[in-house]
Design a protein around this ligand. Structure first.
Ligand code: 48F
Length: 260
């Protein structure tokens, strides 16, 4: 077998040409999800499956957020009923160890969530950090995000960012609720108080709380997953993933309703 030789400059040219095409097509989308953890990827799957043009922006170079470290780095993670509906839908294997308690392989959950959402039509930008939002007044509305390559953010250099417009922005950034925190700090008219963060661990209440409070924060701005816990000062639940998946599905349903 001989591997076809490709000139270095051609490789770069193809990357640049195709990336610019992709980026210009995604400067204006229906929904931007910030964070490719369990809640963000579940939301991406259900949105894309319903024909919503969805872009997921993830600061790291990989998918999964907290899934990989899901129980002190041990190689099994836990979820409970009725999140098995979602596991079945994305074709992720699991087994029941007690009545209604399921065990999965974290690597498989990451891969299946990513693959299901991409197959449904969602697109991802990896290695990109959301550092701000776009807003409009009268009435106040969040209309997109401001992004920066994570490598630039880490370097501390001042480089002007790129702005992407969307009809809805979903904060799926986890424990820090980074997008809602930015809005609370930079847009006082939004009337969001300082984000309190999460309470100590109380797993059953934490799971119930996230699911119940998942929803719209402001026109154009939504929260899912642990971001919800941080915004509304709910208790943490530790390494159980049911409410992350169910919160992702719930926010997708809410956003789809609002977009129509
Ligand atoms: O933390 P993360 O997994 O959030 P989640 O979907 O799930 C939480 C659980 O994993 C777990 C738990 C419950 O069992 O306690 O922790 O709520 O995923 C958040 C993702 O967002 C990315 C971050 O790198 C991670 O992959 N992220 C955070 N801030 C930004 C960001 C940002 N400003 N721009 C882009 N990505």
């Amino acid at each position: 077998m001989s591997i076809m030789s490709v000139d270095e400059a051609i490789i770069s040219k193809v990357i640049i040409e195709e990336s610019l095409k992709f980026l210009s097509e995604y400067t204006d989308v229906d929904v931007i999800i910030v964070g490719a953890g369990p809640s963000g990827m579940t939301a991406a799957y259900y949105l894309a499956k319903n024909g919503v043009k969805t872009l997921v922006i993830e600061r790291r170079l990989s998918f999964g957020g907290g899934i990989g470290g899901g129980g002190m780095l041990l190689p099994k993670i836990v979820a409970a009923r009725p999140s098995d509906e979602i596991l079945r839908e994305i074709n992720c294997s699991f087994y029941e160890v007690r009545n209604g308690i399921f065990v999965m392989d974290p690597a498989e959950l990451i891969a299946k969530l990513a693959s299901a959402s991409i197959n449904a039509g969602a697109r991802f930008l990896l290695g990109v950090t959301v550092e701000d939002v776009i807003y409009r007044e009268n009435p106040l509305r969040i209309e997109g995000v401001v992004i920066q390559w994570s490598a630039i953010t880490l370097s501390g250099l001042h480089v002007d960012p790129i702005a992407l417009r969307s009809r809805a922005v979903i904060d799926a950034t986890g424990h820090d609720a980074e997008v809602v925190r930015i809005v609370a700090r930079k847009i006082p008219e939004a009337g969001l108080k300082e984000i309190p963060g999460e309470k100590s661990m109380y797993a059953p209440e934490g799971e119930r709380f996230v699911f119940e409070k998942t929803g719209k924060i402001l026109p154009g701005l939504y929260a899912t997953g642990m971001a919800v816990t941080a915004v509304f000062n709910g208790p943490r639940m530790g390494p159980i993933f049911s409410s992350m998946l169910l919160s992702g599905r719930k926010i997708a349903e809410i956003v789809i309703r609002d977009l129509h």
